[in-house]
Design a protein around this ligand. Sequence first.
Ligand code: DLL
Length: 428
Amino acid sequence: MVYKPVEAADREEIRERQTALLQETVERAYENVPFYREALDERGVSPSDIDGVEDVTRLPMTTKEDFRAEYPDGLFAVDDEAVRRIHASSGTTGKPKIVSYTDDDIDVWSEVVARSLAASGAGASDTVQNAYGYGLFTGGLGLHYGAEELGATVIPIGSGQTQRQVELMIDLDSDVFTCTPSYALYLAETAEEMGHDPADLPISTIIFGAEPCTDPMRVEIEARLGVEGIDIYGLSEIIGPGVSCECREAQDGLHIWEDHFYPEVVDPQTGEPLEAGEEGELVITTLTKEALPVLRYRTGDLTTLEYEECACGRTMVRMDNVTGRTDDLLIVRGVNLYPSEIEHTVLDIDGVAPHYRIDLYEEENLDVLELTIELAADSERDPEAVETEIRTRLKNVLAFTPDELELVEPGSIGRTEVGKVQRVFDHR
Ligand code: DLL
């Protein structure tokens, strides 16, 4: 069931709405953000040149470096009094990206998260146990406000305290659990250690996001916990979680809430727009944000767009689930490799657990890649046979041979209880 009728509006209506909103956004950015005024002037584009949403391609792009250069509030378009909330997204290096919201921005955010929860099958009678971190990270408060907007009951437990998560979930009969995909697996392991069968836990839906989840990992989450896994996507620079979400009916791509976020996919090298269906970097323009309007933000996330109407009846464009980023491309002795490709290729092998790490070193000026994979706890397969199958698959599918491949005991790769999982360690 759609939360708002616009989710199933016809394309013509969506386009008209987007055009009007884009004109307002460009105007707001031009009038209030010196960074955008300069960038638009440089391109010789004025807000009145925007006749249709297709004109978005005439606008300048925004990058994460621009957020850093304009730290902390150079991209804000409103006065301090109008800013109701600040969040921040910390990268591994440098200053965090500071993002801001007006009252209306928080309302929009709550609504798009409510739409996402409704798309996942959740409703007002459900209890949502929210295990995303509260604080500067957008996951906790983003899901929290959205669940309240939907009319659901929220348990604001936040990240970590995994045994307590299990106990509370049972005692309060939670229906929906929201967390990162890696944490969903950790929850299953913890429940087992506590003597529960994870499939018997009361939750029937896990809404996972904030990090990539490949198909084999999703299959594992759904099977072990006996849940439907729903992928939710978003990023702080645009709003936080709730830019797009899968629907329970089809689970075939994530519906982008297009009346608030205008998506494009571009060639990551040249920045040139690609056709629907072609894989490239997702670029998003906010259409309603007041405090922080963002023009053509280069997300770094790789995906494709699908404009065909979905089986669920929603007409809003779908993006493919994101399993790679432009900046996690590994170049190992000249071979281009994404960690997600390795994951896709090996994680559904019988006897392999969905826990791995990739270590990169430099030895005598050569790149060396070490792949460590955990064996599945319940497998009776001979580890040597598993290893041979991994090597053969990597070679046949990716034409790649790791310098070292180590299979380790179940549970020996560190788990992430709070925040996002890290799987690649580049020591070069
Ligand atoms: O991770 C917002 C969020 C919170 C999304 C909770 C979903 C659930 P940031 O910390 O700014 O915001 O990180 C954004 O995380 O550019 C992607 O690379 C990655 N990401 C987010 N959702 C997904 C997803 C939040 N469903 C960055 N699949 C994004 C894959 C995701 N990657």
